[in-house]
Design a protein around this ligand. Structure first.
Ligand code: NAD
Length: 271
């Protein structure tokens, strides 16, 4: 796994090189011709909203190793650790607001060119920015709901969190007694097949694939651009760091998404 070195947004003079300006215009040109754009976003789209990506120095994983799904399901101590960490982190997702990267992607949808927005994030900020929920595929689930790991029942996460706050450190489903956890995907937990199939179909059918703020190291999300590339579809990558698919991209822009996406939108011809 590659560490993220830019937990915050660099100043424009640090990234706005002549090459970056050219890349902005190139991306705008691709977008102007697109009719079925698919966007894949990762944690990098939300760092400018104050939610750190996971692998940054000083980030969550450097302090608390992630719980695996197997440990969560088999070990009461792992479940207690999971809920303890959530208590520590929950303010992040509940107080965060969309940044200009999210609102620009919502604006691209309003231009009528967006076939779908696939996100690895579970923070709900795309929908908060105005992206239509039915255009957003949350591959890694949502942190705003709890899911029973036995019967699948969903409930608002706040209600479960309130039980944890009151001392219930291994909360169970009121209907079936199954373990409750946030409706996000832990390591080793399969992605819901319907969400993955929908994302794969979008990737195969699009005429332009744009990656924003993803390391392209988390599978299966990282494989989605390959489905587009296999059909000759252009790939554009906007990410602070190099990714394994940079060698196959038509345009690479290394810039903070919240600063760069509005510039790209401004470079598009008026609707
Ligand atoms: P990731 O694949 O999501 O990578 C994040 C990438 O974003 C890094 O390569 C980094 O260089 C880049 N980046 C950071 N700030 C950026 C910015 N302002 N503009 C452009 N690029 C930027 O991997 P991860 O961070 O290790 O997270 C792993 C998984 O954990 C994610 O796939 C996601 O499911 C989950 N996660 C979700 C959130 C969230 O919901 N906001 C936050 C952290 C992690």
């Amino acid at each position: 796994m590659h560490p993220s070195v830019h937990p915050t947004s660099p100043a424009s003079e640090e990234w706005e090189t002549p090459a970056a300006r050219t890349a902005i215009l190139d991306i705008a040109e691709f977008l102007a011709d697109a009719r079925r754009l698919v966007v894949l976003t990762g944690a990098g789209v939300s760092t400018e909203s104050g939610i750190p990506d996971f692998r940054s120095p000083g980030g969550v994983w450097s302090r608390v190793p992630p719980t695996s799904y197997r440990a969560f399901m088999s070990d009461p101590a792992a479940r207690r650790d999971y809920w303890r960490l959530r208590r520590e982190l929950r303010g992040l997702a509940t107080s965060a607001r969309p940044n200009p990267a999210h609102t620009t992607l919502a604006a691209l949808e309003r231009r009528g060119i967006l076939a779908g927005l696939i996100t690895q994030n579970f923070d709900g900020l795309h929908q908060a920015a105005g992206s239509s929920p039915d255009r957003v595929i949350e591959l890694h689930g949502t942190t705003h709901e709890a899911a029973c790991q036995s019967c699948g029942a969903r409930s608002p996460i706040e209600a479960v969190q309130a039980r944890v706050d009151a001392g219930d450190d291994d909360p169970r489903c009121p209907a079936c007694g199954g373990f409750l956890k946030a409706a996000t995907i832990l390591f080793g937990q399969p992605i819901p097949p319907a969400a993955l199939a929908a994302a794969q179909a979008l990737a195969r059918d699009c005429d332009l694939f744009l990656v924003v703020g993803s390391s392209l190291r988390v599978i299966p999300a990282a494989r989605l651009p390959l489905l587009a590339l296999d059909r000759g579809t252009p790939l554009l990558i906007l990410n602070l760091e190099p990714t394994p698919l940079d060698v196959r991209a038509d345009v690479i822009l290394r810039a903070p998404a919240g600063q760069a996406l509005p510039r790209i939108l401004a470079a598009l011809p008026a609707d």
